[in-house]
Design a protein around this ligand. Sequence first.
Ligand SMILES: [Zn+2]
Ligand SMILES: [Zn+2]
Length: 237
Amino acid sequence: MKQEKLKITILYDNCTLKKGLKSAWGFSALIEHQGGTLLFDTGAKTDILLANMKVLGVNPKKITDIFISHNHWDHLGGLFGFLNVNHKVKVWLPADCSTTYAAEVRASGAECVRLSKSSKISKDIYSSGEMGKKIREQFLIVETADGLGLITGCSHPGIVAMARRVKQVFKKEIALIVGGFHLGSLSAAKTRKIAQQLKDLGIKKIVPCHCTGEKAMSIIKSVFADNFMAVGVGSIC
Ligand SMILES: [Zn+2]
Ligand SMILES: [Zn+2]
């Protein structure tokens, strides 16, 4: 069935809320929108990614695009193993991944594009373009009738800066943010400030996971209350 509304299924995460699914450090999510099926990141290990897909009834062959957020093993480690199963895909790498790496992706039979600037991926789906100084990272933006959906890997450039950039470029409200926020090393006061800044930006639903950090997660929950969603492998948001 054609998926019209945005549907995000967590395939790989540090935790799982459902039996029969495997959790491990890393992140991957299936993005279904307007009939398209895209894989956001691949987690660290292909066998875990594919095992979770099987349990969740996701056919790897129906994926047409793979979007890689940044050049960290826990986000692209599963890529080549996945390409062994399905290479009829277009891989959208951040330009931070080398031309050699891109050539290896192409050698598998897949198409491959390296992105540095904001670009259109498919209907209503865009890359933010790379952000950040030390670790370059891109994130995914989906335009929906309810507002923008923002899917992020680790948010190394800073989740608030990323959300601000998206609002500025698209001139629309952010309905949803899903992914790792990477706040574990910050003090409670700093984390609270970030959570409040996100709330002040008008973000309706917040779904932090992966590398966000447990303490940070509970602070964000206290700020967003009912608009906070706890997820793990198998969750749909
Ligand atoms: Zn990560
Ligand atoms: Zn990372």
